[in-house]
Design a protein around this ligand. Structure first.
Ligand code: HEC
Length: 107
């Protein structure tokens, strides 16, 4: 009976390390901030970019298309009622992160 214990403990320890590594790399560093930024967009574009009403859905745009639209709005090159003002609140890095975030949801 007791001969099995060290092996089990070692396995549990290794498993815990893998969990900590996976959690700290993906859950926090990569997804937490874009998800927070994207929460604002849900007010108009719906949860996950799927619009329930007359606003355009933004879940089907790929990362490049979404960020170039936002940069176009921000620069005043694309016609918009509200998006120019909204896009002006974001840096290039934040816009790219939003593009990555929404495109990762649709796949
Ligand atoms: C106040 C409501 C509102 C909020 C908040 C909002 N949008 Fe928009 N969005 C619009 C409207 C309305 C349009 C259509 C263009 C216009 O009239 O400004 C649009 C258009 C877009 C488009 C172009 C869609 C297409 O298919 O051409 C993208 C991309 C977009 N929004 C992304 C975002 C992102 C990302 C956020 C969050 C940072 C966001 N929007 C927040 C209302 C909003």
């Amino acid at each position: 009976m007791d001969r099995n214990r060290p092996g089990k403990l070692r396995f549990a320890g290794a498993f815990a390390l893998v969990c900590v590594a996976a959690f700290s790399n993906t859950a926090f560093a990569d997804t937490a901030k874009p998800a927070v930024l994207a929460a604002t967009c849900a007010n108009c574009h719906g949860a996950g970019g799927v619009s329930p009403g007359s606003m355009p859905s933004i879940d089907k745009l790929d990362a490049g298309a979404l960020s170039s639209k936002l940069k176009g709005f921000r620069a005043g090159e694309l016609e918009a009622t509200v998006m120019t003002r909204i896009a002006k609140g974001y840096t290039d890095a934040e816009i790219d992160a939003l593009g990555q975030y929404f495109s990762s949801l649709s796949r």
